[in-house]
Write a protein that binds this ligand. Structure first.
Ligand code: BGC
Length: 746
C-alpha cells in the first residue's frame, strides 16, 4: 500500500501543472497532458523499454527467448508489458518489481483470454454457431470479469480472422467464413471484453487479431503466406477488423503471414494507411509472438536491427518476445535511421492506454485477491456458460425424430473415446486448472445425471482418438446390443485444432470411423456427438447414424449442455458459421464464391464446366445450416419497393412460421446477389439475420432494412461504392436457397 501511495504522489508531482477537471472532455485532455508529461521525463532507453513485451514464467504460448534477464529489465524500466503472468499474486509481485524502476511506470499484463478464464465457454467458432450476439457478448463480459480480478489488463482477443479453410487449426478461434456475421461477432466480443469502458476494474483491453488475413494462409498451413487481391482483402478479410476498430477495440495484433509479399508486421498499407490512417484507430499495435524477428526468415529484412526498423516504420508499436526493439532501436535512432519522434508516437499510444486503464493512479487496482476468489467458482457464470454452450450445438441430422430421446428409453450405451474425456471439453486456448476434473461436466456425467436413476447407463470407450487399436470394438458392440439407444462421442482431441495445428486430413482420426460403423451395424439407433475445433469430414459414417449433433468444444458445462439438447430441455438452434466440405479436395469451399463463366447446370453436369469429375460442387453442409426439433417455413422476401435510389431504405418482409410440433428458435437469414458488377460479385452474400423463438403454429413477420450501402463493394479503384442494377434477395434458414426476388438500384 505504501508503494502505491508513493507512485501516486510522484505522478501527482509530475503532472502538477495539469488540472484535473471532472468534466469528461477535460479528463480526456488531462490524459493527453499526463502522457506528454511522463514522456518528457523519459530517456530514450526507457521509451524503447515501453515498446518491449516478454512472456512471463507461467504459461508459454510460443518459443520463449532464452535470456534470463527479464526481471532485471522489469526493475530497470526496460519492459512495457508482460504476458502470461497468471493470478493476482503473480501480477502483484511483478508489478511491484516494475515500480522499482526509475519512473515507476506500471506494466500492462496481457493474456490469451480467448473463451473464458476460470469458467470456460465454448470455443469461439462454436459460439459463432449460436448466431446469438447477446450471448457472445455476455461470454466475453464474464471472461473479462474473471480475468481482470486476477490482475490481467489485456486480452489477446477477439481473433476475428475470416477463414474458409478448415485445414487451418486456428479456425476454432474465430467466427468462421463470413465477413458480415464475423463483423457483428467481432464487435460483440469487443463490447463484452471492454464492458463499460477502459478504466473500470472489470474491463479488459481487447486486441483485434491477427491483422491481417491470417486465416487465408495458403493451403490452410499455419503461418503460411497470403496472396490475394486488394479488393478481396478489403471486401472480405478486413471487414471484421474494421468492425472491431469501430467498436472501440483498444489494441490490435499483427499476424505472422505476409500479404502479397510484405509481412503484416511491417505492412504500411494495412497498418499506417488503413488502420492508423483512414480507419482512425487510436490504440496501439502489438506484434505477434516473435513476428518482428521472423521477418528475417521471411527474407524481408537482413537482420534484427533491420527487422526493428521495418516493423516500427510499418506501424508496429510493441514487440512481443523477439527482442529486436530492445536490442536495436537505440542504435537505429542514434544512427539516424529511425527518428525519435516515431518512437515517441508509439510510446504515447502505449502510455495512453496505461492511463486510461487507471494504472498510473493505482497499479494494483486489477489484482484483487478478494474479487479473484469471488470469481473462482461463480454459479451465475456457469449458468451463462451452459446457456451459450447449448445454443452452440448444431443438429445436423435427425432421422425419424430420434432426438430428443424418447421417455421410453430404459438403457443408454455411451460409446467412444470422448465420452469420459475431461480437459478436452475445454478446447484449445483454455487454461488447465488443478481442479478441472471436479469442475468440468463430462459428457458421461451430463447425460447420466439427466437420465436419472431409472435409466441404466452402459459405457465402452471402443478406441482411442488416434490409436489404431480396435480391440475395444467388441465391448462397444456388446454395450450397443444391450441398449435401447446409443450415444457415441467421437472427434478430435482438443489440441488437434488451435495454433500450429493444421491438418491435411480432417477425417475423424484413428479408427473412430470403423468404430462408428461397427456400432451402427448392430441396428441400434445411434446418436453421434462430433467434438472438434473445425469442420471435419465424416460423410463416410453420417449415413449410418440416426442423429448427429456437432458439439465442437463446449467448455466447463459441456456435459450439461449436451444433455439439455439430447433430452429436449433445449431445442437446438445452432447454425454452421462455416461450410462443411464433402472431402478435403473441395477446400476451400464456401457459400460466397464468385461465379465462373462455366457454372454447371446441375450436380451431374460435367460438360466442360467448372466442376470436379468425381464430386459435386455443393458441400456436405452449407453455411448457415442447422436443424431444430421443430420445423419452420420461411416465405420469399417481399420488398416494399422494387426500385430504389442510393440512400433510400428498402424494407424487406419475411414471414416465418413454426410448422412443427414444438416451440423452437429459427434463424432467418437474408442473402443477396448483385447480378452484374464492374467486378464479378459473389453468388450470395449475407445481409441480415434475425432469431425468433416461435411457439407451435406461431407466425411472425420480420422486417429487414437495407440501403445501397449494404450492396456496396470495393471496386477496382478500391472505392467502397454501390453500383446501379439488379439485386436478387433470398430468405431462408441456410445459405443454400435457390429462389430469389429482384430489386433494382437506380
Ligand atoms: C499467437 C497469438 C497469441 C500470442 C500470445 C501467438 O503465438 O499467434 O494469437 O496471442 O501467441 O500468446
Amino acid at each position: 500500500m505504501r508503494k502505491f501511495i508513493s507512485v501516486f504522489v510522484m505522478y501527482l508531482m509530475v503532472i502538477a501543472a495539469v488540472s484535473c477537471s471532472l468534466t469528461v472532455g477535460a479528463q480526456h485532455l488531462s490524459v493527453e497532458h499526463r502522457v506528454d508529461s511522463v514522456l518528457s521525463l523519459m530517456t530514450l532507453d526507457e521509451k524503447i523499454g515501453q515498446m518491449n513485451q516478454y512472456s512471463g514464467f507461467w504459461e508459454a504460448t510460443g518459443p520463449i527467448t532464452e535470456e534470463g534477464d527479464k526481471l532485471e529489465q522489469v526493475r530497470n524500466g526496460m519492459l512495457g508489458s508482460m504476458l502470461n503472468v497468471t493470478g493476482s499474486g503473480h501480477t502483484r509481485q511483478i508489478q511491484e518489481m516494475a515500480l522499482q524502476s526509475r519512473l515507476r511506470i506500471p506494466l500492462l499484463f496481457g493474456q490469451d483470454i480467448i473463451h473464458g478464464y476460470r469458467t470456460i465457454f465454448p470455443i469461439p467458432l462454436a459460439e459463432a454457431a449460436s448466431w446469438d450476439l447477446q450471448a457472445i457478448e455476455q461470454s466475453a463480459r464474464i471472461a473479462a470479469t474473471e480475468a481482470s480480478a486476477a490482475g490481467v489488463h489485456w486480452t489477446f482477443a477477439p481473433m476475428v480472422d475470416i477463414s474458409r479453410d478448415p485445414r487451418w487449426g486456428r479456425v476454432m478461434e474465430g467466427a468462421g467464413e463470413d465477413p458480415y456475421l464475423g463483423s457483428l461477432i467481432a464487435a460483440a466480443r469487443v463490447r463484452g471484453f471492454q464492458g463499460k469502458g477502459l478504466g473500470n476494474t472489470d474491463a479488459l483491453m481487447a486486441c483485434g487479431k491477427h491483422f491481417a488475413a491470417y486465416g487465408a494462409a495458403i493451403g490452410g498451413r499455419d503461418y503460411n503466406s497470403v496472396d490475394m487481391s486488394l479488393q478481396q482483402l478489403n471486401d472480405v478479410y478486413l471487414k471484421p477488423y474494421k468492425a472491431a476498430v469501430d467498436a472501440g477495440v483498444a489494441t490490435m495484433m499483427n499476424s505472422f503471414n505476409d500479404i502479397n509479399g510484405i509481412p503484416a508486421t511491417a505492412n504500411q498499407y494495412i497498418l499506417r494507411d488503413l488502420l492508423k490512417g483512414s480507419w482512425g484507430f487510436t490504440g496501439f499495435v502489438v506484434s505477434d509472438w516473435g513476428s518482428v524477428g521472423e521477418m528475417i526468415n521471411h527474407g524481408y529484412v537482413t537482420n534484427e536491427a533491420d527487422a526493428a526498423r521495418a516493423a516500427l516504420t510499418g506501424g508496429c508499436d510493441m514487440d512481443m518476445e523477439s527482442r529486436c526493439y530492445i536490442k536495436n532501436m537505440k542504435q537505429l535512432v542514434l544512427s539516424g535511421i529511425i527518428s525519435e519522434s516515431l518512437i515517441d508516437e508509439s510510446v504515447k499510444l502505449i502510455l495512453r492506454k496505461k492511463f486510461e486503464m487507471g494504472l498510473f493512479d493505482d497499479p494494483f487496482r486489477f489484482c484483487s485477491e478478494e474479487r479473484e476468489k469471488q470469481q473462482w467458482d461463480n454459479p451465475q457464470n456457469r449458468a451463462a456458460a451452459r446457456n451459450i454452450a447449448r445454443k452452440s450445438i448444431v443438429l445436423l441430422k435427425n432421422e425419424n425424430k430420434l432426438l430428443p430421446l424418447s421417455r421410453e428409453v430404459r438403457t443408454i450405451a455411451m460409446i467412444g473415446p470422448l465420452v469420459k474425456a475431461v480437459g478436452d471439453n475445454n478446447g484449445f486456448w483454455s487454461y488447465a486448472w488443478p481442479d478441472d476434473s471436479a469442475r468440468i461436466v463430462t459428457q458421461w456425467q451430463g447425460i447420466s445425471n439427466r437420465a436419472g436413476k431409472n435409466v441404466k447407463m452402459l459405457y465402452a470407450r471402443g478406441c482411442g482418438i488416434t490409436e489404431p487399436d480396435t480391440s475395444g470394438f467388441r465391448e462397444a458392440v456388446v454395450a450397443a446390443m444391450n441398449a435401447d439407444v446409443v450415444i457415441m462421442s467421437v472427434g478430435e482431441s482438443a489440441n488437434m485444432s488451435g495454433e500450429a495445428k493444421s491438418r491435411s486430413n480432417i477425417h475423424l482420426p484413428g479408427v473412430q470411423e470403423e468404430l462408428v460403423k461397427a456400432v451402427c451395424a448392430t441396428g441400434k439407433p445411434v446418436v453421434l456427438l462430433i467434438n472438434a475445433g473445425r469442420p471435419l469430414v465424416f460423410n463416410n459414417i453420417s449415413g449410418n447414424s440416426g442423429a448427429i449433433l456437432y458439439t465442437w468444444w463446449l467448455g466447463t458445462e459441456a456435459g450439461n449442455a449436451i444433455a439439455d439438447v439430447v433430452f429436449g430441455d433445449y431445442n437446438p438452434s445452432g447454425k454452421l458459421p462455416m461450410t462443411f466440405p464433402r472431402t478435403e479436395g473441395q477446400i476451400p469451399v464456401y457459400y460466397s464464391y464468385l461465379n465462373t463463366g462455366r457454372p454447371p447446370k446441375n450436380e451431374n453436369d460435367l460438360n466442360y464446366v467448372s466442376a470436379y469429375t468425381d464430386l459435386p460442387n455443393s458441400p456436405e453442409y452449407p453455411f448457415g445450416y442447422g436443424l431444430s426439433y421443430s420445423t419452420f417455413s420461411i416465405s420469399e422476401p417481399v420488398p416494399d419497393k422494387t426500385v430504389f435510389s442510393p440512400g433510400e431504405e428498402v424494407h424487406v418482409r419475411v414471414i416465418v412460421t413454426n410448422t412443427g410440433e414444438t416451440e423452437g428458435t429459427e434463424t432467418v437469414q437474408l442473402y443477396f446477389r448483385d447480378k452484374v458488377g464492374s467486378l464479378v460479385r459473389p453468388v450470395k452474400q449475407l445481409a441480415g439475420f434475425q432469431q425468433v423463438l416461435l411457439k407451435k403454429a406461431e407466425s411472425r413477420t420480420l422486417t429487414f432494412t437495407l440501403t445501397d450501402k449494404d450492396f456496396s463493394f470495393f471496386n477496382d479503384k478500391l472505392e467502397f461504392r454501390s453500383e446501379p442494377g439488379e439485386f436478387e434477395l433470398f430468405a431462408g434458414n441456410c445459405s443454400a436457397i435457390e429462389k430469389g426476388v429482384s430489386i433494382w438500384l437506380k
